[in-house]
Design a protein around this ligand. Structure first.
Ligand SMILES: Cc1cc2nc3c(=O)[nH]c(=O)nc-3n(C[C@H](O)[C@H](O)[C@H](O)COP(=O)(O)OP(=O)(O)OC[C@H]3O[C@@H](n4cnc5c(N)ncnc54)[C@H](O)[C@@H]3O)c2cc1C
Length: 443
């Protein structure tokens, strides 16, 4: 069978890998001039670094399993440190143990000085979806929401807790039940003494090196600069129109996997799966920028980085001390930091020019950490339409998309818009999409 995969981000490339290893002929079409989507490496100050995603969740098997399957086992590294801080109330304070911001150790929380008032309360879990903000405020107080949950959630979704769906984006908080603080504290004491497996993993040379390896070792044909403009039925199979303006070509296939962000998928499915297209059009995206700084001299920094509660009104949203976090970055002999800027619905920060953005980031970092050596090199990577916002009702939207797509033979969708934005979830989603497709076509 010949399958066309639209989009060469980690979702499309995983789908291509899974199809090709089962013997199918695969053509992957991407509109950009490179593959990888949100995975990208680049040189800053002569050090090759991740300029997009930098780690994968190791607590679930799919991403690490894929990295191993493509032959990169010996390049997998766990972070050297994951002890993060929260920059709030005038200093960088140690982040106490939490479940996505819900305190799990009240003594450590009190010692950190991040939150003055925790108001644990048991309130029945509603049967319908609510926002993370509504759920946490009622059961732990607004301060916990603003100074712990909001920055942790923002680190993943770049979104706002009052809009983000509890069921879709914070199932681990939902699972804590009526009294989430009580349950988080109890779970932590019950687990004390149990060895903790690493939560995250990276790849020496950058997670952004994975797409090229996946593409090459899959054996799929991968075309860049090939925007797909139309997906339609053609007899028993499919016809795609793809390519740059003025050089659009027909691509024929027996099946199609659309692995693009929601706005593009919505346009491409408008004719063949209108209900899915309509539901996808309702998914908003946050844009962010990552500012990487390679310093002229080495300097000691505390832990893996810090998060910033939006309520504090800072320019930076979070900072990662890459040379503390990753041994392979430390091996460069350079001190490397990266700061993220921008949240859903806040385009103003991202309208700042590159030079000003670096200056404002440096000003924040200096205020948080004290004087820093001057940068030897800096890089600003802008990610427009970076992260889908799983707003309240997201699971219903996804169910509508799935129902609509499953009614169209030989069509599947996957990517960060559906079942999780992290790489591990995206890989799992692509694998599931391929299984559904092959089941449907009896292959
Ligand atoms: C700055 C940043 C940091 C992140 N950090 C992490 C992290 O550390 N760990 C983690 O697990 N996750 C992280 N994420 C999330 C994760 O990287 C993404 O959710 C994931 O990579 C998305 O993969 P995807 O394949 O669904 O989409 P994308 O990567 O967006 O790929 C979609 C592809 O489709 C192509 N495309 C779009 N329209 C068309 C069209 N019409 N025709 C052809 N091609 C088209 C695009 O060019 C793109 O290549 C981060 C995200 C960002 C933005």
């Amino acid at each position: 069978m010949r399958v066309a995969v639209v989009g060469a981000g980690v979702a499309g490339l995983t789908a291509a890998w899974e199809l090709a290893r089962r013997g199918h002929e695969v053509v992957v079409l991407d509109g950009a001039d490179r593959i990888g989507g949100k995975l990208l490496t680049g040189d800053v100050g002569d050090v090759q670094l991740d300029l997009g995603a930098e780690s994968v969740l190791a607590r679930r098997p799919e991403a690490v399993g894929l990295i191993e399957a493509v032959g990169l086992t010996d390049r997998v590294q766990n972070p050297v440190t994951t002890s993060a801080g929260v920059w709030t109330r005038g200093e960088v304070r140690p982040l106490p143990p939490t479940v996505l911001g819900v305190p799990a150790d009240l003594d450590a929380l009190a010692a950190s000085g991040i939150v003055e008032d925790v108001l644990p309360q048991a309130v029945p879990v509603p049967s319908h979806d609510v926002s993370v903000g509504e759920f946490v405020t009622a059961r732990a107080g607004r301060e916990v929401l603003q100074r712990l949950v909001e920055p942790l959630l923002g680190g993943v979704y770049a979104g706002h807790a009052d809009a983000i769906s509890l069921r879709a984006a914070a199932p681990q908080v939902l699972a804590l039940g009526d009294d989430p603080v009580g349950a988080a504290v109890a779970a932590r004491s019950a687990a004390s003494g149990t060895p903790v497996a690493p939560v995250f993993a990276g790849i020496v040379g950058g997670v952004g090196t994975l797409p090229q390896v996946l593409a090459e070792r899959s054996g799929a044909e991968v075309r860049t600069g090939t925007t797909v403009r139309l997906v339609e039925r053609s007899g028993e199979g499919w016809r795609l129109m793809a390519g740059p303006v003025g050089a659009v070509e027909e691509v024929l296939a027996d099946a199609v996997v659309v692995a693009t962000p929601a706005p593009a998928t919505s346009r491409l499915l408008a004719e063949v799966a209108p209900d899915a297209a309509f539901a996808l059009a309702g998914i908003d995206y946050a844009s962010v920028a990552l500012v990487t700084l390679v310093l002229q001299e080495q300097v000691e920094l505390p832990g893996s980085g810090f998060l910033v509660p939006p309520v504090d009104g800072r320019f930076v949203k979070a900072a990662t001390f890459s040379s503390n976090k990753w041994a392979w970055v430390a091996d460069s002999g350079r001190t490397v930091l990266r700061a993220s800027v921008g949240r859903a619905g806040e385009s103003v920060a991202l309208q700042t020019g590159d030079v000003d953005m670096v200056e404002r980031v440096l000003a924040d970092l200096t205020q948080a950490l004290g004087p820093l050596p001057a940068p030897a090199d800096t890089h600003v990577q802008r990610w427009g339409g970076a992260l889908p916002q799983y707003e309240v009702g997201h699971l219903d939207r996804v169910a509508t998309v799935r129902a609509s797509v499953s009614g169209v033979r030989g069509l599947e969708v996957c990517g960060a818009a559906y079942d999780g934005v992290g790489i591990a979830a995206v890989v799992a989603g692509a694998q599931a999409a391929v299984s559904r497709l092959l089941d449907e076509l009896g292959d």
